[in-house]
Design a protein around this ligand. Structure first.
Ligand SMILES: Cc1cc2nc3c(=O)[nH]c(=O)nc-3n(C[C@H](O)[C@H](O)[C@H](O)COP(=O)(O)O)c2cc1C
Length: 205
C-alpha cells in the first residue's frame, strides 16, 4: 500500500488555488492507487513550532541529558521526519508569499532538516539521508514567476526548495504553477486549468 504525504500551506482552505490544484492531483492519484493512503499535513491549521533553544539543545547535545523541553522539541521534529520517511510520494501545495515560501512551510523545513536524521557531514562533505522519491510542488502565484517568464529572477521559492530538499536527498522534484491568480478572472481561471491538466498527468504517471 502506497502512502502519499500532502503538505498543505495556504490558510485559505478550499478557496486556495494551490489546494484546488492539489485536490485534482490527489483525486487522480487515489484513482491510480485505490489502496493508497493520503496523509494530510495542514500547516496553516497546525503550524509547526519555530526552532527555539530547546530544539537546539535537542538536536546538538546527547539525548541522555535532554531537558523535558528538548525532548518535546525533538518529538515534534521526529514526528515530521517520520511522516516524511513513511511517504512513498510527497505533494506540497503552497502559495508564493513575497517571492518565497510561506513562513509555515519554512518552519516545517526547519523541523525536518536535521543533522544525523535527514543529512550528515563527513570528510566528503554533506550527504542527504532521505531516500529520493517523487515530490510534486504545486505553487499558486498572483503574478507569473515561472521559469521562462521575465520575472523568474524574483522567484526564490523554486531555487530554495530545490536546494534545501536536494540537500536532504530529495532531488526528483516537479514544480507545477497556477500562475496569474491576481491577473483578472480569465488569466486566473486559465492558470488553474493549466495547472490542473499538468497535475492530472503527473499524478497518473
Ligand atoms: C502576503 C502575501 C504575499 C504574496 N506575495 C506574492 C508574490 O511574491 N508573488 C506572487 O506572484 N503572488 C504573491 N501573493 C499572491 C498569492 O501567491 C496568490 O494569491 C495565491 O493564489 C495564494 O495561494 P492560494 O490561492 O493557494 O491561497 C502574495 C499574497 C500574500 C497574501
Amino acid at each position: 500500500m502506497k502512502t502519499l504525504l500532502h503538505v498543505s500551506t495556504s490558510p485559505r482552505g478550499e478557496r486556495s488555488r494551490s489546494n484546488q490544484v492539489g485536490a485534482t492531483y490527489l483525486a487522480q492519484w487515489q484513482a491510480a492507487h485505490p489502496e493508497g493512503r493520503v496523509v494530510t499535513r495542514d500547516l496553516a491549521a497546525e503550524p509547526p513550532s519555530f526552532v527555539n533553544s530547546a530544539w537546539f539543545e535537542g538536536a546538538f547535545t546527547a539525548p541522555e541529558g535532554h531537558s523535558p523541553a528538548a525532548r518535546t522539541a525533538m518529538a515534534e521534529s521526529d514526528h515530521n521526519i517520520d511522516q516524511l520517511f513513511a511517504a512513498d510520494e510527497i505533494v506540497i501545495t503552497t502559495p508564493m508569499f513575497n517571492l518565497n515560501l510561506p513562513a509555515v512551510l519554512k518552519a516545517w523545513i526547519d523541523q525536518v532538516v536535521r543533522a544525523g536524521r535527514t543529512f550528515t557531514i563527513d570528510e566528503n562533505g554533506y550527504k542527504g539521508l532521505t531516500s529520493d522519491r517523487k515530490v510534486t510542488i504545486i505553487v499558486a502565484t498572483g503574478g507569473d514567476f515561472r521559469p521562462g517568464s521575465p520575472a523568474v529572477g524574483y522567484n526564490f521559492l523554486e531555487p530554495y526548495l530545490r536546494g534545501v530538499l536536494g540537500f536532504i536527498g530529495l532531488t526528483s522534484l516537479t514544480f507545477v504553477y497556477a500562475a496569474n491568480q491576481s491577473g483578472g478572472e480569465e488569466a486566473a481561471t486559465k492558470g488553474v486549468a493549466d495547472a490542473k491538466a499538468e497535475a492530472e498527468t503527473l499524478a497518473a504517471a
